[in-house]
Design a protein around this ligand. Structure first.
Ligand SMILES: Nc1ncnc2c1ncn2[C@@H]1O[C@H](COP(=O)(O)OP(=O)(O)OP(=O)(O)O)[C@@H](O)[C@H]1O
Length: 501
């Protein structure tokens, strides 16, 4: 890290309507520095980084880039100044190719005699992909063919060009599996060695402590402290973030697995259109079953198939109590099965609607009195219980979900199903983007559900979460089961990884 200052953010204020979300924020990033930015959900991290990346404009304060006033009017303007950001949710455009996404707005540069030279376009895109370490994605395919993780990686390729001086990563790694994360960490190291800078937003404190040189903690829009690497200490950082100590167990406290005898779901020779290949297993009442693996292992498709939302080629998912086959989300919901998708903005939430309507959407039968009546009081209580227990940071239950921070959106996606109290809950990356305090509460809620005899199927890319919470873990590779582990104090990440690669 050099002593040359790249960017200085001085006394930045930001309001959304009457609400002040950044208050007099100051931040400096030096050349070759990897700076972490942490804070609770809704503390202002994305807002601050969006201002630096030209996506939002500040209401007060100044920014300087290499000593000169810096006031980007748009993301493209920021990029021409060497500042690129990978946003929290999907930043790619559907229905066009990977290459067209990479060269969005610049495809005309590949025109010869009025026609786009596709060969040249794909070749250039391939070079860019390789530059960031992505070798297995064909630039000519429509981006819709890729899963969430690969689409996220394409965004890296888009922002990392020779011009880049500061790369901002907003909660990107939690959307990635281990392989994707390694690509990102390698890239961060490469940029650092070239004296370029990185601003890394993450709720994964292990990652922050490993990757960053310095750290800024935000709370309620205020900078609480700045720490150099030698002062990084997990508990201290958590305390700065949430202003109190996290007491009790983070994961569940018991060391041995347990569940009832009763089998609630039977999966028989399941093969889906994408991902899953000839998979058979059973899930029990009162069990937390973990499903893990690398990004393309089929675990996300499996989650969708268990909820009847994925095209099944052969095999069956059977609800044992009724003997019914689960063939659609409607059938699954009638059997009191819930599902939280990894792709929360597209599959779990209606962004242009209120928190209240999103949470009630899965539970109309729970708030209806008699056959037809919904009393506002009952409905509001149903929603407010989730807002309180998950500490959803919002102006009111009527606030539109699109105006919530990423982590708070995730809480709404989860609250929608927790409120319904399902007998079987399938959660795909349940704590993605959620801060450490709420993460602990979510784990407690899931453990409590298990103790009440509910079944939870937890699909996760976070191995500590699987080890910490599950009674049993199934590992998939190329859509097939390659390992199965019972809960044990001796179980390590290395045991699981052996079956993943
Ligand atoms: N467009 C918007 N309109 C109104 N309020 C907004 C808007 N965008 C963000 N907010 C609010 O600003 C506050 C800060 O949000 P921000 O996304 O910066 O938080 P964050 O620290 O990045 O959170 P997370 O860890 O959950 O991603 C939140 O209370 C959020 O609801």
């Amino acid at each position: 890290m050099s002593v040359e200052k790249l960017i200085e953010v001085r006394n930045i204020d930001k309001y959304f309507g009457p609400v002040k979300v950044l208050n007099n924020v100051c931040l400096e990033i030096y050349k070759g520095e990897v700076r972490g930015l942490v804070g609770e959900n809704g503390s202002g991290k994305s807002t601050l980084s969006s201002i630096i990346a030209g996506i939002l404009q500040a209401d007060g304060g100044k920014m300087f880039l290499k000593g000169n006033i810096y006031n980007p009017k748009s993301m493209i303007d920021a990029q021409t100044h060497g500042i690129g950001m990978v946003v929290q949710e999907l930043g790619t455009v559907s229905n066009i190719t990977v290459a067209e996404n990479i060269f969005l707005g610049k495809v005309n540069n590949f025109k010869r005699f009025g026609i786009v030279d596709r060969k040249k376009l794909y070749k250039s895109a391939k070079e860019i992909l390789e530059r960031v370490g992505i070798t297995d994605i064909d630039p000519a395919i429509p981006i819709n063919f890729l899963n969430f993780e690969d689409r996220k990686l394409i965004e890296f390729a888009k922002v990392v060009d020779e011009n880049l001086e500061l790369l901002i990563l907003d909660e990107t790694t939690t959307a990635l599996s281990q392989k994707g994360r390694e690509i990102v960490y390698d890239l961060v190291q490469k940029l650092k060695s070239q004296n370029k800078s990185v601003l890394l937003i993450s709720h994964d404190l292990d990652e922050i402590m490993k990757v960053c040189d310095t750290l800024t903690v935000l709370r309620d829009g205020n900078v609480i402290t700045e720490l150099p690497k030698q002062e990084f200490e997990e508990n201290k950082i958590k305390q700065y973030m949430i202003g109190r100590e996290i007491k009790g167990h983070y994961y569940r406290p018991d060391a041995e697995g347990s569940h009832e005898e009763e089998v609630v779901l039977k999966i028989k020779n399941l093969t889906t259109f994408r991902g899953v290949k000839n998979l058979s297993f059973e899930v029990h009442k009162g069990e937390i079953l973990g499903i893990g693996g690398l990004s393309h292992c089929g675990m996300h498709e499996l989650g969708r198939a268990l909820f009847g939302a994925e095209k099944v080629l052969t095999g069956r998912v059977i609800h044992c109590k009724t003997g019914q086959e689960i063939k659609s989300p409607f059938a699954a919901m009638k059997l009191n099965i819930g599902y939280v998708s990894k792709d929360r903005d597209k599959e779990s939430l209606v962004l242009a609607d209120s928190i209240k309507n999103n949470i009630v959407a899965a539970g109309y039968d729970k708030v209806t009195t008699g056959k037809y009546f919904i009393f506002p009081k009952t409905e509001n209580k149903y929603v407010d219980e989730q807002i309180e227990s998950l500490r959803i940071k919002c102006t009111s239950r009527n606030q539109y979900v699109q105006y919530l921070s990423g982590g708070n959106k995730q809480k709404v996606a989860l609250g929608k199903w927790l409120a319904r109290d399902p007998d079987i809950l399938i959660v795909d990356c349940p704590t993605r983007g959620v801060d450490v305090g709420v993460k602990a509460s979510i784990y407690q809620i899931l453990y409590q559900m298990k103790k009440e005899g509910k079944t939870i199927i937890m699909i996760s890319e976070e191995l500590p979460e699987l080890i910490g919470m599950c009674d049993r873990i199934i590992i998939l590779k190329d859509g097939r089961k390659t390992g199965e582990f019972k809960r044990s104090p001796d179980l390590s990440e290395a045991n699981l990884i052996m079956c993943m690669i």
